[in-house]
Design a protein around this ligand. Structure first.
Ligand code: HSE
Length: 434
């Protein structure tokens, strides 16, 4: 094949886009596409909710009628970047049925409807790409999908929410108040329109739900996973972290255990200085992958914001030119792994009153400190005690994972013996026998 032929075969497909949403991401994409004429992709129409808002684009581009885009035969790609997950799901379903490929940034919709979306993709054969929906500019989905073999992926730990990372950085490093840090995250276009989704961990767990599918073939529901956000992390915790030379981050993690099952959670965690995630500040995201022979690999990039997110949408649009589809290899071509709730976590808890803490639920407690303003302990607890109760989110209690938090059943006995030898006398005096 001549060089000419090779190059023309790459450019045969012209992409005519119907765009849903013209917020932070949609407008970013519009600008980025205008600066990338080589892609030969044009936005034909944009569907918006509120016709009255002033927008920096020709008025004739916009419509409020979704069917104008969905029924337009010239439009072969629907890009959907709205923040109403149910409306997004309806749009995507219709787009598939009408023979259009879809690029989406709706993490909530993908997390909540993944099974149905997989089914629809199989039925219709359309591409459904959503790299921008997790870690924005970091190509984490394509990496997990294409590069890592199921058997080799030992663990993944990641910061997947830019807003909470921005807030933690601004509060504890730059001494901003929580309120001011959140307002900045909103003004910079990082936060969800309902910032509770960021702060309380919903956005992170949504992203983690489908990253688990690409990493391990696991299909789950966000509410099945153990998660919380940064809503209870306070200045006392930040002080304890600083004393120990650590930082606090909201970390999504998954680890393949000795029995072949996967332990997963999204919780705040103390991060030591030698951990790659300690390097991730502000709206950046980071992913540390531990695999069979490569040891650790670290992916880093902006996890929120207009252009970083638009860049991932652009990359998906570009991939459609060669009909790229996720193969869901771990799900369809390997034996999918199973999630398990049968493991232990080493946790730090800070609280006002010891009476509020069910200390009998701990396997053992290895540190205990009472200060004038607040108290904290470090102990090992089975995950089911966190999954079945809310006590650790209530009464001003703050739970943060210790650096090496996940403990397997097999390890428990030896660790307990060691820990009792080191700290036993001290906590037996404090608590009696537990
Ligand atoms: N609110 C999200 C975040 C936007 O802060 O990470 C990017 O998904």
């Amino acid at each position: 094949m001549s060089a000419e032929n090779t190059s023309s075969s790459y450019h045969h497909k012209s992409l005519v886009i119907g765009l849903f949403g013209f917020g932070v991401v949609g407008e970013g994409l519009y600008k980025v596409l205008n600066q990338t004429p080589s892609l030969k992709a044009t936005i034909k129409r944009v569907c918006i909710k509120n016709a009255g808002k002033p927008r920096q684009a020709p008025a004739e581009l916009f419509t409020t009628a979704r069917d104008v885009l969905l029924n337009d035969e010239e439009i072969n790609v629907i890009v959907e970047v709205i923040d109403d997950s149910e409306a997004a799901f309806e749009i995507v379903k219709t787009a598939f049925k009408n023979g259009k490929h879809v690029v989406s940034a709706s993490k909530k919709m993908i997390a909540e409807h993944l099974e149905e979306l997989l089914q629809l993709q199989q039925e219709t054969g359309q591409s459904f790409l959503y790299e921008s929906s997790a870690c924005a500019s970091i190509p984490v989905i394509r990496n997990l999908e294409e590069y890592y073999d199921n058997d080799l992926l030992h663990s993944i730990r990641a910061i997947v929410n830019g807003s909470t990372n921005y807030i933690l950085t601004k509060m504890f490093e730059d001494k901003l108040s929580y309120r001011d840090a959140l307002i900045q995250a909103q003004q910079l276009g990082f936060a969800e329109s309902n910032p509770k989704l960021d702060v309380e961990g919903y956005d992170a767990v949504n992203k983690w739900t489908f990253l688990l599918t690409h990493a391990y073939g696991i299909i789950t529901n966000p509410l099945e996973l153990l998660f919380t956000g940064i809503q209870n992390v306070n200045a006392f915790d930040a002080q304890v972290a600083a004393e120990k030379g650590r930082v606090i981050r909201l970390v999504a993690q998954a680890k393949k255990l000795g029995n072949g099952k996967v332990a997963a959670a999204v919780l705040p965690q103390f991060i030591t200085q030698d951990d790659h995630l300690s390097f991730v500040r502000n709206e950046y995201n980071g992913v540390v992958i531990e695999s069979g022979f490569a040891d650790k690999q670290f992916f880093y990039g902006k996890g929120a914001g207009s252009f970083p997110t638009a860049s991932a949408v652009l990359s998906d649009i570009s991939a459609l030119r060669y009909d790229y589809k996720y193969e869901y290899k771990k799900l369809y071509h390997h034996k999918p792994l199973e999630l398990t709730n049968d493991f232990y976590l080493r946790v730090y808890l800070s609280f006002d009153e010891l009476a509020e803490i069910p200390k009998d639920k701990f396997e053992w407690i290895e540190e205990w400190h009472a200060r004038e303003d607040r108290k904290y302990l470090v102990g090992v607890i089975h995950v089911r005690h966190l999954q079945t109760g809310n006590w650790w989110r209530e009464n001003n209690t703050s739970l943060i994972l210790q650096p090496d938090a996940i403990i397997e059943n097999l390890e428990l006995h030896n660790l307990k013996k060691k820990s009792l030898q080191l700290a036993g006398i001290q906590f037996h005096h404090q608590f009696g026998s537990i």
